[in-house]
Design a protein around this ligand. Sequence first.
Ligand code: MG
Length: 282
Amino acid sequence: MEPWPIGVFASVDAGLGVHLDVAQELGIHTVQLHAPHVESRSKAAADAFLARCKAAGIAVSVVFGGFHGESYADIATTARTVGLVPKETRAARLAEMTEISDFAALLGCGAVGLHIGFVPQDTASEDYRNLVSATRDLLDHVNGNGQTLNLETGQESAEHLLEFIHAVNRDNLFINFDPANMILYGSGEPIDALKKVGKYVRSVHCKDAKWATQNRGVDWGCEVALGQGDVGMETYLRTLKDLGYTGPLTIEREIAHDREQQKKDIGAAVKLLTDLRTKIWG
Ligand code: MG
């Protein structure tokens, strides 16, 4: 297979991704999918979606879980509401994530993705141990479906994420690397982080962002169109090549409130990545 097929983050009925017809229009053949709402996770819905994918020549590389009640309004709210970290919703979300893994299996998809949330800093705390244990339970279910779980980066530094992966100690736990998130959350230089976690990277987002002008890690950075931010797309891609990563380059542009601009920016991103791919691989 050619290295780096260009993909896009897509959705059926939920989330920030573009719809399948947009991917098709842009000539894209690989997508990551934001898991649909529960009522659309049936076998019949999966079959219907697969038929549409087949007709469009599109394959699904990762299905991402997301949960009711999550908010990315600001960094503090994200920490309080996102992923498996919040204790009050952990059991219910764990159950829902196993259902999403089953839905991904119906799509023949070998990977599920997740923002696990802000992993507690104190690795000796009960909270940390409980999160490790919940993650193991999820991974065992995911493994039963022959899948990996790829954790989205950004909310932890590379070192803290690695420590967590080592603590969980399951061989189907990997990373979906998002360089822009490292900037948005102020959790570390993205290229340095990529080099540190490189051996666990099984899927990636191509997204760009500018650092917060002050209070990094407290105030959001700003997500921008690909190539307009502080990631440095050519260096990012060259680092992925050095790590031996040849999988999809999945474009994410989180401006679902402006579908026209989103489509325009993704179109420009496809061109940028296509040009860089030619430059880097020849
Ligand atoms: Mg992302």
